[in-house]
Each structure stands twice: as structure tokens, then as C-alpha cells.
Design a protein around this ligand. Structure first.
Ligand code: NAD
Length: 262
């Protein structure tokens, strides 16, 4: 299926690895031009080299966990073209007991996982509305609904993303701009590899990985980690012309973890 996004310009935050990189690749495969973002020039250059997209990709280093970083990313991106597609993907996660999560942790998670999407969306929403076309996607998580006991602060940020994307979608009523959130389940990315290592601690890593689903996510219907490309395919569809009627939605691709049928 031709997703009809050839020539559109997409900015994917946190796209030097994991799900973000797979999204950049999937959008580029549909003919979109993509801005690859990470915190350092080095990580951006490495991702661009690996993606091998030539002129179809540009690298923009910026820390989207800060207001300055978001402003810089938007400034650099809009020099290239108006942003048609914004994927708020950058996010952090770490296992931590509730009583060990400091005030700084709560604020840091909120800045990186929530405020990045707020600031980026705020910067592009009006021009999308004026051009009567746009796609804004928040990469939330099943953890938005199924709050993980091993990282409640992370769950809080992902629930917040659902509220923001739903509210923002309402402000785009009667326009060609859609706003959605995507809820991946545990997906094997560089970040998750590190997460599982931290979760294992002194315990056996292979054993922790093998028992992750039976112990930490028993309701998963697929009982395996998702692939980054599987999430990226969903995101690419939501960015398509054909997905014009899907807006204000929280779209699940979480392996059926969330035990709810609507
Ligand atoms: P990852 O750690 O593999 O990749 C995250 C990327 O974001 C990296 O490229 C990192 O450099 C970048 N990044 C982090 N902080 C940044 C910042 N301040 N500024 C710019 N870039 C920054 O993680 P992932 O697993 O691919 O996760 C991507 C998104 O998907 C996150 O929002 C995460 O919460 C969400 N998610 C992941 C999973 C999963 O199991 N992997 C499940 C549900 C949701």
C-alpha cells in the first residue's frame, strides 16, 4: 500500500536508536524526508550512516529534554521545510522502586518524556493547522494504562502523553491534522536491552529476559518482545493519508497486554 507521504517532511525525536530509528527508516521507505534527532552530533552521525538514506535524511542534534533543545530542533528543521509529521518518540525509562524515585527523577522524567512532546507540538501545531495537514504522534506505552510497579514515574509520563494527545486532537477539530498516541508493549530496543540488564541486577540476565513476560507482563498475549519495526509500521500507517479518520486515538500495539477490549 502506498501511504501517500512521499515528499512530506518528518521530524522524529530520539531517532538515533531503537523505536525512533525504526520509525525514521519506515517513513523514509515511504518517500518522506526525515530529520533524525539525538542528543549528540556523534550519535546522529552514526544513525545517519547506518540508515544510509542520503539526501532523504538530515541529522539534527538537540536535547529535547530542555526548552532550548526543542527550540533548536524546530529552528533547524524548519530551515529545511515546514514540518508535516512530528513523532514525539524520545523517552527514558529505568526500573526503580517507588521509595527510591527522587524529586529530581520525577522532574527529569516529566521534562524528557512529557515536556519534549508538549514543546515540540506547540511549536508545530499552528502551522499544521494553517496548512490544513499534519500528523502528530506521541509514542506512549502500554505503561500508560498498565502502570508498571517497577517504574511508576515512567507510567505517569506515559499517561500524561495520552491526555495531551487526546486534548490536542480536539483542538484540531475540522482540520486535516490528526493527533494520536501509540502504545507499544515491551519492544526489543537498545534502551530495553539496558533496562533488562538493570532489572536483572545481580540475577542471571538470560533468566530475567526469559521470565520477564511470565513475571512482569503476564497478561501479554504474544509473550515476547515486540520488534521496533512492528511499532514503526503502525506509526507509518498513522502518518499516512489513509489514516485521516484516526485521530484522538490511543492506538495499541502492545501484544495484548492491556486486559481490556476497547
Ligand atoms: P531507546 O533508549 O532505545 O532510544 C531512545 C532514543 O531517544 C535514543 O536515541 C536516545 O538517544 C534518545 N533520547 C533520549 N533522551 C533524549 C533527549 N533528551 N533528547 C534527544 N534524544 C533523546 O528507547 P526505545 O525503547 O526505542 O524507546 C523509544 C520510545 O518508545 C520512548 O518514548 C519509550 O518510552 C517508548 N516505548 C518503548 C518501549 C520499549 O519496550 N522499547 C515500550 C513502550 C514505549
Amino acid at each position: 500500500m502506498d501511504l501517500k507521504i512521499a515528499g512530506k517532511f518528518a521530524v522524529v525525536t530520539g531517532s538515533t536508536s531503537g523505536i525512533g530509528k525504526a520509525i525514521a527508516k519506515a517513513l523514509a521507505a515511504e518517500g518522506a524526508k526525515v530529520a533524525v534527532n539525538g542528543r549528540s552530533q556523534k550519535s546522529v552521525d552514526a544513525a545517519l550512516e547506518e540508515l544510509g538514506l542520503g539526501d532523504q535524511a538530515v541529522g539534527i542534534p538537540a536535547d529535547v529534554g530542555t526548552a532550548e533543545g526543542c527550540a533548536e530542533l524546530v529552528r533547524q528543521a524548519t530551515k529545511i521545510a515546514p514540518i508535516d509529521i512530528l513523532v514525539n518518540n524520545a523517552g527514558i525509562f529505568e526500573p526503580k522502586e517507588f521509595d527510591q524515585i527522587s524529586d529530581d527523577d520525577w522532574h527529569r522524567f516529566f521534562d524528557v518524556n512529557v515536556m519534549s512532546g508538549v514543546r515540540m507540538s506547540r511549536a508545530v501545531a499552528d502551522q499544521m493547522r494553517q496548512r490544513d495537514w499534519g500528523r502528530i504522534i506521541f509514542i506512549a506505552s502500554e505503561s500508560a494504562i498498565n502502570i508498571p510497579t517497577e517504574m511508576i514515574h515512567y507510567g505517569m509520563t506515559k499517561t500524561a502523553q495520552l491526555a495531551i494527545s487526546r486534548g490536542l486532537a480536539k483542538t484540531m477539530k475540522s482540520t486535516g491534522v490528526t493527533v494520536n498516541s501509540v502504545l507499544p508493549g515491551p519492544t526489543w530496543s537498545e534502551g530495553v536491552e539496558q533496562f533488562v540488564e538493570e532489572l536483572a541486577g545481580e540475577n542471571d540476565l538470560a533468566e530475567t529476559k526469559a521470565t520477564f513476560f511470565s513475571e512482569a507482563r503476564p497478561t501479554s498475549l504474544i509473550q515476547r518482545f515486540g520488534k521496533t519495526e512492528e511499532v514503526a509500521a503502525m506509526v507509518a500507517f498513522l502518518c499516512s493519508e489513509q489514516a485521516a479518520t484516526t485521530t484522538g486515538a490511543a492506538v495499541r500495539c502492545e501484544g495484548g497486554i492491556v486486559d481490556c477490549c476497547f
